[in-house]
Design a protein around this ligand. Sequence first.
Ligand SMILES: Nc1ncnc2c1ncn2[C@@H]1O[C@H](COP(=O)(O)OP(=O)(O)OP(=O)(O)O)[C@@H](O)[C@H]1O
Ligand SMILES: [Mg+2]
Length: 252
Amino acid sequence: MSQDITLRTEGLTKRWGPFVANSDVSLTFEPGARHALIGPNGAGKTTFINLLTGGFMPSSGKVYLGGEDITHLPQHQRVRRGMTRTFQLNTLFAGMTVLESVALAICERRGLQSVWYKTVAKHADVIDEAMALLATLKLTDQANSVTRSMAYGKQRLVEIALALATKPRILLLDEPAAGIPQAESKELFEVLAQLPRDVTVLFIEHDMGLVFRFADRITVLVGGKVLTEGTPAEIAADQRVKEVYLGEAEHG
Ligand SMILES: Nc1ncnc2c1ncn2[C@@H]1O[C@H](COP(=O)(O)OP(=O)(O)OP(=O)(O)O)[C@@H](O)[C@H]1O
Ligand SMILES: [Mg+2]
């Protein structure tokens, strides 16, 4: 593995007309962190992730990845530099098996563009890498299942497998457990907790139980601004955070 990559923002601001969705957000994401971004609906969390991935361009401010200014890089070049978000399973992937989908994503990363999924099986090393990835995500038993026939929680894990197929150093997850039953979301986070530490995970999550169990660092965003940042213990003890969450944050 190459050296650790730190993701950092400096004064990141996003305006739509007079509306300020992100205001002067300066954050550092340390290598190996499990960093949660929390805050009420409309706080600007998804906007922030979009500024990191290049989905939106900031009105002002900078994004640095491993010291390099990537503020204006297109999305695919950020992925190539090691920062990936989960992709929604599209209809093509949904009709394929889990193994085919992940193998295709690995082929794309390796630049084997001419390889269509029917011929992926000829690339034994691709299959080996795909199966290793599926084992990490506890999807081995589902390797030959068609993705769209699987439980939502498992489909979310396939989305994470596709993101991991790009070999990210930083994985961005916007509410990975949204819309899946609670038992499955707990299982999903248990799998995420076992990901190797050479992948930094930045995630948005509304379930404070999951946040406090999984995160080692928490940033609270309110009204587009950073209210505070700290360890789970510090955030749980912060009176301002309690006020924002009306007691919800006392889970820690
Ligand atoms: N493309 C856009 N154009 C204009 N306003 C936008 C756009 N995208 C988001 N907003 C506004 O920016 C604010 C922050 O939205 P954002 O989606 O980042 O919040 P969030 O913290 O992710 O909320 P949630 O927890 O509900 O997902 C909201 O008021 C939203 O309406
Ligand atoms: Mg959001």
